[in-house]
Design a protein around this ligand. Structure first.
Ligand code: KIV
Length: 284
């Protein structure tokens, strides 16, 4: 997958699939499922590192996760979420940080949260050749300080602002735009008005593609349960059952048995026993 092919998918009307991943093993599985985009989201700060929200995520933590994911998946478009404050201080620092994800981590693109105020930064990063995915609507990096985790685009003025922000970010060079928790009518308007794809999360069925946080859809993380998530598997219960059974088996001596143990060659064992009889004058 690449940016050109992704934009073509919108033109062809083929819905785009995106998922988050944070490590090697899940990246290999997402690739086997032929997912179009893997986003190494800063949601990893919560589901992998246990922070309360995404705000504290650091460049070091994001680089660790992006490197692991790029070792596991080659075919999907790999997008790195730029953590809070890694693209706010100056254009130079933003470019340098974006470059680390592409040059050192094998990512193809970066994602930045923000409205038209970050258009300048998006333009500058795009000019270096690094594709940028924009992210509007609910912006988790700063939501807690403003009006919380609320549905976006519910009034005339907020909806008008979202539509204008999306247009400005497309003009700035964004190749794609995430719409998080935007009312479905406004997502539809934005999707119809842009030539770049929209990827929705909690934003209804009219976006060009969809993304979910992997740990939400697999029920691996349940500290927060957004209403819009569809649970496709219950790996929390599966894992809990597996670990409980494992503990029972080890304590009771059922595991490991002969099928999970390996033997020394019998002639070697005889030699060894003879040696110890000679040295100890006793059998072992
Ligand atoms: O960090 C993340 O996982 C995201 C997605 C929810 C789009 O930004």
């Amino acid at each position: 997958m690449n940016v050109r092919k992704l934009i073509n998918l919108k033109e062809q009307g083929r819905r785009i699939t995106a998922i988050t991943a944070y490590d090697y093993s899940f990246a290999t599985i997402a690739e086997s499922a032929n997912i179009d985009i893997i986003l190494v989201g800063d949601s990893g700060a919560m589901v992998m590192f246990g922070y309360e929200n995404t705000t504290p995520a650091t460049m070091e933590e994001m680089l660790l996760m992006t490197k692991a994911v790029s070792r596991g998946a080659k075919k999907p478009l790999l997008v790195a979420d730029m953590p809070f404050m890694s693209y706010h201080v100056s254009i130079e620092e933003s470019i340098r940080n974006a470059g680390k994800f592409v040059k050192d981590s094998g990512m193809h693109a970066v994602k930045l949260e923000g409205d038209r105020d970050i258009a300048k930064t998006i333009r500058a990063i795009t000019k270096t050749g690094i594709p940028v995915m924009a992210h509007i609507g609910l912006k988790p990096q700063t939501a807690k300080s403003w009006d919380g985790y609320k549905l976006q685009g519910t009034t005339y003025s907020s909806a008008k602002k979202l539509i204008e922000d999306a247009q400005e970010l497309e003009s700035a060079g964004a190749f794609c735009i995430v719409l998080e928790m935007v009312t479905k009518e406004i997502s539809k308007l934005i999707t119809e008005n842009l030539s770049i794809p929209t990827i929705g999360i909690g934003s209804g069925q009219y976006c060009d593609g969809q993304i979910l946080v992997l740990h939400d859809m697999l029920n691996l993380y349940d500290a927060i349960k957004p209403r819009f998530v569809k649970q496709y598997a219950d790996l929390k219960t599966e894992t809990l059952n597996a670990l409980t059974n494992y503990k029972e088996d080890v304590v009771s001596g059922k595991f490991p048995d002969d099928t999970h143990s390996q033997s020394i060659d019998s002639s070697e064992l005889i030699k060894l026993k003879k040696y110890f009889v000679k040295v100890n004058h006793a059998e072992i």
